[in-house]
Design a protein around this ligand. Structure first.
Ligand code: SF4
Length: 354
C-alpha cells in the first residue's frame, strides 16, 4: 500500500485536504520527521507517525564526484533491493535529479549497465517521488548548495514500463513541489503502446518527453536495442510527428537521445539517416551523448572529432543539436552506468541513515 492509501485506510473519514496537507508538507522539505507535521491534529499526527513510514528508503550511501558537481546515492529499499539516483549541477545554478523508475530494466540496451542487470521489479510511486525528497534533504544539510530545479526520469529502468506509478509520481511532484511540467523530462526507449496512451490521455501531465533513439538505421537500432519491436523506426517516427503536431512549441520540444558509439552509429551515413528521420517530424532536438564505459562490453565512445563531425552534419541539415556533458563517470553515475550490486568501493563515499 502506498502512503496515500495507508493514510486513507487509517483515516477513511478525513477530508481530502488533510492528505494534501501531508503531501505538501513532505515535499516542502521543512519537516524532518512526522512529529514536525504540526499542521495535523496531535492525535492524527501520532497515528501517522506510528503507521506510515517517513520515507520509502531504509538507508542510503552517497558518492561524490571529484569535481563536486555530481552525487550518486544508492538507496536501500524495504525488500532489501537497492536503486541508484543521481544529483547533478546544472546550467541554471541549480540541481537536476536523475530519477530511477525500476530496479533493473528489461529493455537490454547493449551499452547500458542497467540493461545488463535485467529486470527485478517496478518502483512504487513513493520510491520514485522520494528520490526528490532524498536529494532535497541532502542539499538542505549542505546549506548554500542551492535547490532542485529539474528532474529527468533517465535513471535505472524504462519509465513507461511502469506507467501508473510514474504518472502518479509526476502528479505528486507537479502539485507538491515548485517544479512545472517543462522542468521534468521523461525519457523512454520508445514503448509504443504507452506512447499512444500519452497522446490520448488528458490525465498524462504535459512534461517533456525524450526518446532514446541511438540510430535511425534499422539494423543498427536492432543491435543496440534488441527488445525493440518490428518496424520500430517508421512507427516511432509516426508517433513523434503526431506528438509534435499536438504538443510541440518553443517551450515543449521533443528530444531524441543519441549515444555516440565508435564505429557503430557515428558515421556520416548514420548522421544523414538521422537527419532524414527527424526532419519530417517537425521541431525536435537531438541530444548527442558521449558513451560512458561499462564492464562487460567492448564498446568505445566516439572520438570527440567524430562527434563534432556528426553534430556539424546535423546542423548543416537544419537540426537543433546539443551535446550532453559527461558528469560523474568517476563514481559510475554517468548516463548508462547505473547498476546495483557491482559497485566498487570508492574513497569519497559516506553512509547515512534516513
Ligand atoms: S538505456 Fe534505459 S531503457 Fe535501455 S536498458 Fe538502460 S535503463 Fe533500460
Amino acid at each position: 500500500m502506498n502512503r496515500q492509501e495507508l493514510f486513507q485506510t487509517i483515516f477513511p473519514d478525513a477530508p481530502s485536504y488533510r492528505w494534501r496537507q501531508v503531501e505538501q508538507g513532505l515535499f516542502a522539505g521543512k519537516w524532518n520527521n512526522w512529529d514536525e507535521a504540526t499542521v495535523l491534529p496531535a492525535a492524527m499526527r501520532a497515528k501517522v507517525g506510528e503507521q506510515i513510514p517517513w520515507t520509502a528508503y531504509r538507508d542510503a550511501q552517497v558518492f561524490e564526484s571529484a569535481s563536486h558537481d555530481t552525487f550518486k546515492a544508492l538507496l536501500k529499499l524495504d525488500d532489501g533491493r537497492a536503486v541508484e539516483t543521481v544529483l547533478m549541477a546544472n546550467a541554471r545554478s541549480g540541481w537536476t535529479v536523475c530519477v530511477s523508475t525500476q530496479v533493473g530494466c528489461a529493455m537490454a540496451c547493449i551499452f547500458c549497465a542497467t540493461g545488463h542487470m535485467g529486470f527485478r521489479r517496478n518502483l512504487t510511486r513513493d520510491e520514485i517521488t522520494d528520490q526528490y525528497r532524498f536529494w532535497q534533504d541532502y542539499l538542505k544539510e549542505r546549506r548554500g548548495l542551492g535547490r532542485i530545479t529539474n528532474m529527468v526520469l533517465m535513471g535505472m529502468g524504462e519509465p513507461l514500463a511502469n506507467m501508473d506509478e510514474v504518472q502518479a509520481a509526476l502528479h505528486t511532484w507537479l502539485t507538491s513541489t515548485p517544479l512545472g511540467p517543462t522542468r521534468i523530462t521523461v525519457s523512454t526507449v520508445g514503448l509504443l503502446t504507452p506512447l499512444e496512451h500519452i497522446l490520448k490521455d488528458p490525465g498524462w501531465p504535459r512534461v517533456r518527453m525524450a526518446v532514446s533513439l541511438h540510430s535511425a538505421v534499422r539494423g543498427t537500432h536492432a543491435r543496440l536495442v534488441p527488445t525493440g519491436p518490428e518496424n520500430f523506426l517508421p512507427k516511432i517516427q509516426d508517433w513523434a510527428r503526431r506528438y509534435v503536431r499536438r504538443h510541440g512549441n518553443r517551450r515543449h520540444h521533443l528530444t531524441f537521445e543519441y549515444v555516440m558509439l565508435k564505429g557503430i552509429n557515428d558515421s556520416l551515413e548514420e548522421a544523414e539517416a538521422l537527419a532524414r528521420f527527424t526532419l519530417p517530424i517537425g521541431r525536435v532536438r537531438i541530444n548527442l551523448i558521449p558513451y560512458n564505459a561499462i564492464p562487460r562490453e567492448a564498446i568505445e565512445s566516439s572520438l570527440p572529432a567524430q562527434i563534432r563531425n556528426f553534430a556539424d552534419h546535423l546542423k548543416e541539415r537544419g537540426l537543433q543539436v546539443t551535446l550532453r556533458k559527461t558528469m560523474g563517470d568517476d563514481i559510475q553515475a554517468a548516463c548508462g552506468q547505473l547498476v546495483t550490486g557491482v559497485l566498487k568501493p570508492l574513497d569519497k563515499s559516506e553512509s547515512r541513515a534516513l
